[in-house]
Each structure stands twice: as structure tokens, then as C-alpha cells.
Ligand binder design. Structure first.
Ligand code: NAD
Length: 289
């Protein structure tokens, strides 16, 4: 299949590489040339323009930071709606506002382009291993035609509802992930301040009811204060805005989400935006300094 892949960052580069390895023809585009070189080294092709990546594609995948970048790629003059041919399938795997996904799908439909929202969970490790969890919003027939490609990228692939529903599930995911990071950070601060070895303490937690993928994968790096992203604080801060907007739209109050959003905003304000989101530990430490 000819696949246009837009956005070759921490996640997109690995996902595109997996599609190349699965035998697809991948034409990538990124505003950063450095990212394109990585794809070419892996056997993919680099497009000089966005239109070039889209024009010959059966499927276009976008893996971009936020709603404005997806809007630019879809609605921009030289973008997907302009260059995509009728019948094209657009799979947006970025984490963006559900409302933006719905608008993209509606505008695409007018041009005969099928669009689904398919954000992911599983982090860089999941992108490398092709074991992402993928939550999909869109029409059932479009979701079915996306499965062949999505199976290369993930292992848990669930159609959760109509257009935008994938993004709402991703918002729920980010709310839980942010909360767990905050609590693991507080557990480390408590253990260390009490003179208990945090490594031994978190090993026990990881094997009990408090166990989670975050404890499993990130406890050692957090204790060592290694905060190379991974998933940047800046992006999680963006996600907290998406969650709060979705909660407002749904008319519900999420008090713990509010606290986590403020901790992540504090991490950003303290200059940690480019660190991994596990750097929430720095905020809890500073509160206690
Ligand atoms: P990233 O910032 O590393 O990558 C985004 C890429 O998009 C960059 O290479 C950037 O140059 C490119 N880009 C930006 N604007 C563009 C444009 N207009 N046209 C073409 N390319 C453009 O981000 P990431 O960590 O790979 O995350 C991508 C998306 O996936 C985000 O929405 C994020 O919230 C989500 N996500 C990330 C993770 C993670 O662990 N990093 C996990 C799940 C979901």
C-alpha cells in the first residue's frame, strides 16, 4: 500500500519504520528535515512537500503535536484536502480535540475522503515494538479498512464510537496516566523522606494492587531522576487542556484532573516542558524543598 506519513517525531518515526518493514511504500513528510533523513535511512521515501506525500497515497497517517498542526495539514492550502484523491483514507493518530476530529471528518467527507481519529497509548516503547493501544472514532466501514495498516502499529485496536470518540477515550487515558505519575512521584518523595529505599518500596508496589505499566516501566528511571522523553511535559500539558475542554463540553466536574493539570502546568512553568512527564517528580520535590 502507498502510505503518506506526516509527522516523524518521537512516535511517528518508529511507526513509519514499522510500516516500511511490513512492506508498505511509505512517503514521509515533516517540517523538520532531520526527521526525514531518519526515515530515508530506514528505507522510506522523503517528500519535499506535504502535497507530494499525499498525492499518490491510498492511506495518509498524521502523527502531529496538536490540533493546530492537524488543521494546517488538513485544511492548509497545499494540504490533504487539496491534494488527497477521492477514496483516500486519513488516519489521524495525533492526540487532539475531539471537536477538531469531527470537523476534519466532516470536511473530508465533502471531498470523498474518509477520515478516522485513531490516537494511541503505549508511548515510545509501544511505537518501537508495534504494540500500541489504538482507540478509534469513525464509521465502522472506514475503521475496518484501516485495520490492515493499524495491525502493524498496535496490538489493542478498538473501535470506540463515531468520529471524535477515539479522542475522548484518549483524553480519559491521559487523565489516568497523569494522575498515576503524580501519585508515583508522591510515593517516591514519601519513601525517601522516611528513609525507606524507594527502589525496594516501588518493587513491592509494582507487584500488588497499585501495580501499573507506569510503575513497571518507569519506576527505575524516576528514582534515578532520568527524565529524557518519552512523552514531553509540553504535550501532556496540551492534553490536560483537551481533557478540561472535553469535560466542560460534557458538563462534568473532574476535580482530581484539575489538580493534575495544575501540577503539569507547574512543571512547564518551572522550565521542564521538554522533559518526560515523569518529571512531575521535580514539582512534588520542589513543593517539599
Ligand atoms: P513530536 O513533537 O516528537 O513529533 C511531532 C512531529 O511533527 C515533529 O517531528 C514535528 O517536526 C512534526 N510537525 C509539526 N508540525 C508539522 C506540520 N505542520 N507538518 C509536518 N510535520 C509537522 O511528538 P510525539 O511525541 O511524536 O507525539 C505526536 C503525537 O502523538 C502528539 O499528539 C502526542 O500527544 C501523541 N502521543 C505521544 C506519545 C509519546 O509517548 N511521545 C504517546 C502517545 C501519543
Amino acid at each position: 500500500m502507498n502510505i503518506g506519513f506526516i509527522g516523524l517525531g518521537i512516535m511517528g518515526a518508529h511507526m513509519a519504520a514499522n510500516l516500511v518493514r511490513a512492506g508498505h511504500t511509505v512517503v514521509g513528510y515533516d517540517v523538520s528535515e532531520q526527521q526525514l533523513d531518519r526515515l530515508v535511512a530506514l528505507g522510506g521515501k522523503a517528500a519535499g512537500t506535504l502535497g507530494e506525500a499525499v498525492a499518490q497515497a491510498h492511506v495518509v497517517i498524521t502523527m502531529l503535536p496538536d490540533s493546530p498542526q492537524v488543521e494546517e495539514v488538513v485544511f492548509g492550502g497545499a494540504g490533504l484536502l487539496e491534494y488527497g484523491s477521492a477514496g483516500l483514507l486519513h488516519i489521524d493518530m495525533s492526540t487532539i480535540r475531539p471537536e477538531t476530529s469531527r470537523r476534519v471528518a466532516q470536511a473530508a467527507a465533502v471531498k470523498g475522503i474518509r477520515a478516522i481519529d485513531a490516537p494511541v497509548s503505549g508511548g515510545e516503547r509501544g511505537a518501537i515494538d508495534g504494540t500500541l493501544s489504538i482507540m478509534i472514532g469513525g464509521r465502522a466501514e472506514d475503521v475496518e479498512s484501516a485495520r490492515e495498516v493499524l495491525r502493524v502499529l498496535g496490538t489493542t485496536i478498538v473501535h470506540v464510537g463515531p468520529s471524535g470518540a477515539g479522542q475522548t477515550v484518549k483524553a480519559a487515558n491521559q487523565l489516568v496516566v497523569g494522575g498515576i505519575y503524580g501519585l508515583v512521584a508522591e510515593a517516591i518523595v514519601l519513601l525517601e523522606a522516611s528513609g525507606v529505599d524507594p527502589a525496594a518500596g516501588l518493587d513491592v508496589l509494582a507487584g500488588g494492587l497499585a501495580g501499573s505499566r507506569i510503575l513497571e516501566l518507569k519506576r527505575h528511571s524516576m528514582i534515578k531522576r532520568e527524565f529524557t522523553p518519552g512523552f514531553r511535559i509540553d504535550l501532556h500539558d496540551k492534553d490536560m487542556g483537551i481533557i478540561i475542554a472535553a469535560a466542560r463540553e460534557a458538563g462534568v466536574a473532574l476535580p482530581l484532573t484539575g489538580v493534575v493539570a495544575q501540577l503539569i502546568a507547574a512543571a512547564k512553568a518551572q522550565g521542564h516542558g521538554s522533559l518526560d512527564h515523569s518529571a512531575l517528580l521535580k514539582v512534588i520535590e520542589r513543593i517539599n524543598a
